[in-house]
Write a protein that binds this ligand. Structure first.
Ligand code: PLP
Length: 494
């Protein structure tokens, strides 16, 4: 009995009673290393002396948090939709006002504060379909197959939910790349699906090899029922851009093996390397002819968080589903309706991204200058990152062909590996934590994304402003050299 006479009651929800699949979820991009980075920032604010004056968060692909300015036109239309009185303000360009009026007219009560239809505002779905058609050289896209979402993450999880079923050996298996973006492993853990790893080939610039897909599938069939194959192109964390041939091979493989394809194409506008080009899975599928285009089930994902847009906080995105069984598509519509609708402000922002200013529009020139400035700075930073790391002994970095990250391989002395293991830490986590403590640079250990046994990496965004990135790359390389020397000497001393 407690002092107040009431029997002491334990919590209903404890770690023991918690959904065990939630416990299995891990998400490295915002994991232990970031918790420590936040603490360090607080300590700096309190005046605690550190060997650095600021923490640089290169752990997450959040462009505006790294100082990227929003594209003016996107924010003008958003502002007008949020506060329509501004439609009378002469400082806003006429094309922004026209877009805002059209969007408001499509919202319930002409307000972004009203719920929308569950798959999204109809007009915006039409605009998304037109954007896809234009991107894919006229291959038709239907608004009926477009579902707007709370960022791409939400859409990806929704499709995975549809795919998961069975128990024991008939449990759904989902093939994901390794290294992968940890949303996939986290969602599969939460849904209690089987994660099937296929390894990207680091020695071939992180290429995807169909032979490796076959190996992974064959082994997985012994303990689960593989139903889906996820592709991230351009890749996160690996930054590779797939060739058209590779995409064809993957589609053929999915057709042969009867797998549902998920193509995560959120970095489709982030391609930098000469000779690299983005090919959408949808376009390649249709160009392969009716044998494939009428049968392979495909969901593709896009987002306003990436590209030159970087509006992560608005939480906008969409998916297009192709060849989905109509009865299943009805179930999908039902499932999204339970959550009412994605934020309408995010939908509005998505609309301006897909229905952007065109030559001749009053805002075109400023828009295209701003867009080019972001993309060319990213291209420059991608090259600089690769070059700087490859000059550092013990670090090897594949070309950052696309996306927003470098995923360099680091060589760690055996003594450091031993010490990490003794502390129960992955060796690259040990390295990244020390890096953070000594330099204030926050990157994510490769172990959070998956990597070949015995190899170590970290993921770093290329988003910091150029001057900051230059300093950061130098500091990182120097730290790696010091770390290697220190642990090699310890080893030599026995
Ligand atoms: C490959 C990939 N897919 C999906 C997402 C999710 O993006 P969002 O939910 O912000 O649209 C990200 C975010 O970093 C990503 O890198």
């Amino acid at each position: 009995m407690a002092e107040n006479g009431l029997a002491r009651r334990g919590k209903v929800l404890t770690l023991d009673s918690l959904n065990p699949f939630v416990k299995k979820v891990e998400y490295a991009v915002r994991g232990a290393i970031v918790t420590r980075a936040v603490q360090l920032e607080k300590e700096l604010q309190q005046g605690v002396k550190k060997p650095f004056t600021e923490v640089i968060r290169a752990n997450i692909g959040d462009a505006q948090a790294m100082g990227q300015r929003p594209i003016t036109f996107f924010r003008q239309v958003s502002a007008l939709c949020m506060y329509p009185d501004l439609l009378n303000d002469p400082n806003f360009p006429e094309d922004a006002k026209q877009k805002a009026r059209r969007l408001l007219a499509a919202c319930g009560g002409q307000s972004v504060g009203a719920y929308s239809a569950s798959p999204g505002v109809e007009v915006i779905r039409q605009d998304v379909a037109r954007f896809i058609e234009c991107r894919d050289g006229g291959i038709p896209s239907s608004p009926e197959n477009i579902f707007l979402s709370i960022g791409a993450s939400d859409a990806i999880v929704t499709i995975l939910k549809l795919l998961v079923s069975g128990e024991g050996r008939s449990r759904t298996g989902v093939m994901i790349p390794i290294p992968q973006y940890p949303l996939y492993s986290a969602a599969l853990a939460e849904l209690n699906a089987v994660q099937i790893n296929y390894y990207l080939d680091e020695d071939k610039c992180w290429a995807l090899d169909v032979g490796e897909l076959r190996r992974a599938l064959r082994q997985a069939r012994e303990h689960c029922r593989p139903r889906a194959l996820c592709i991230i192109n351009p890749g996160n964390p690996t930054g590779q851009v797939q060739s058209r041939q590779c995409i064809e091979d993957v589609i053929h493989f999915a057709w042969e093996e009867h797998l549902f394809l998920l193509a995560d194409e959120v970095y489709q506008e982030n391609v930098y390397a000469e000779g690299s080009q983005f090919h959408s899975f949808k376009k390649v599928l249709f160009e392969m002819g009716p044998k494939y285009s009428e049968s392979v089930e495909l969901a593709t994902f896009h987002s306003i968080s990436k590209g030159f847009v970087g509006e992560c906080g608005f939480r906008g995105g969409y998916m297009e589903v192709i060849n989905m069984d109509p009865a299943v598509q009805q179930q999908l519509t039902k499932l999204v309706s339970v959550r009412l609708c994605p934020p309408v402000t995010g939908q509005v922002l998505l609309d301006v991204v897909v229905n952007r200013p065109q030559p001749g529009d009053p805002s075109y020139q400023q828009f295209s200058q701003e867009k080019q400035a972001v993309l060319s700075a990213l291209a420059k930073k991608a090259r600089l990152t690769e070059e700087t790391f490859n000059q550092a002994p013990g670090i090897h970095c594949n070309p950052v062909q696309g996306a927003m990250y470098a995923f360099p391989r680091i060589y760690l002395p055996p003594r450091a590996v031993q010490e990490a293991k003794a502390k129960g830490q992955a060796p690259d986590m040990f390295f990244c934590l020390k890096l953070l403590e000594e330099t204030g640079i926050c990157v994510v250990p490769g172990s959070g994304f998956g990597q070949k046994e015995g190899t170590f990496h970290f993921r770093m965004t290329i988003l910091p402003p150029l001057e900051k990135l230059e300093v950061m790359l130098q500091k990182l390389s120097q730290f790696h050299a010091r770390f290697t020397k220190e642990y090699s000497e310890l080893q030599a001393q026995g």
